[in-house]
Ligand binder design. Sequence first.
Ligand code: BDR
Ligand code: CA
Length: 310
Amino acid sequence: RRKIIIDCDPGHDDAIAILLGAANPNVELIGITTVAGNAEVEKTTVNALKVCEIAGLQELPVAKGAGQPLVRKRETAADIHGDSGMDGPSLPDPVKTITGEHAVDFIIRQLLASEGDITLVPVGPLTNIAMAMRKEPAILPKIREIVLMGGGTIGNWTPAAEFNIFVDAEAAKVVFESGVPLTMFGLDLTHKALATPEIQERIRAIGNPVSDFVEELLQFFMHTYKEVFGFDGAPIHDACCVAYCIDPSVFTCRKLHVDIETQGEHTYGMTVVDMLGVTGKEPNVNVALELDTARFWDMMIGTLTSYSKK
Ligand code: BDR
Ligand code: CA
């Protein structure tokens, strides 16, 4: 049972990642930290609290984190996730509240007190993780692994850059150069985790409050992915990271060297993946490239079904 902290900006796919991590017996979700990304941090935090309430996670700590990238001006993704960051389902205002502690301090405290068995799962911009690394470098050897959503060899925010890396590429640079074991779920992989109308139908058929919520999330998310990118479905990017923590054998990965571009006029925020080993540099990232779609969705649907018994 792998211990994980999900650092997120819910976010439709972030919400699905939390729901997968909270109920699958192979992982133990020990906390959620929030960051500005898909929407302002105040909004992503409220969304995280709402997801906890619907999943029955009254006791799980939710710590609010950075509201601004390290260097750049904040950018949000309202065209994909709506103004609230999680448009679509209508949920009541949460009763649950955040812990008083800042996300960065929560991450540092958990890691320092651990036996080196905590995996960080950042599925938004990497601001909190970079800040934690800079504030307390003693956490570095304590991190079992960072399993992150970001980057790839294509972009969705610019032709070269994926949203999470673009929003805070300076933070990404800190994390990618940290020497901590990293597994990266970029767009090459996450676009294969596509919730199609058939998948949506399977989720609708489960019929518990959590699966109904996911179905509503997908309705909105599939609509915006059609409008903006012309996709016949929505990639549930962030859930791939949690699925990897649950069962890495669902994915095929390769160890490669990856640099973060922070200078380029057209390529700011790009993850420069050395696919052919032309730099001769040591691999620093385990890059996820393929997934077993059938097993991925069976895991997802099995976990959502388990909420019926709760
Ligand atoms: C990433 O950006 C966000 O919109 C999603 O939640 C995901 O983490 C995909 O580029
Ligand atoms: Ca996200």
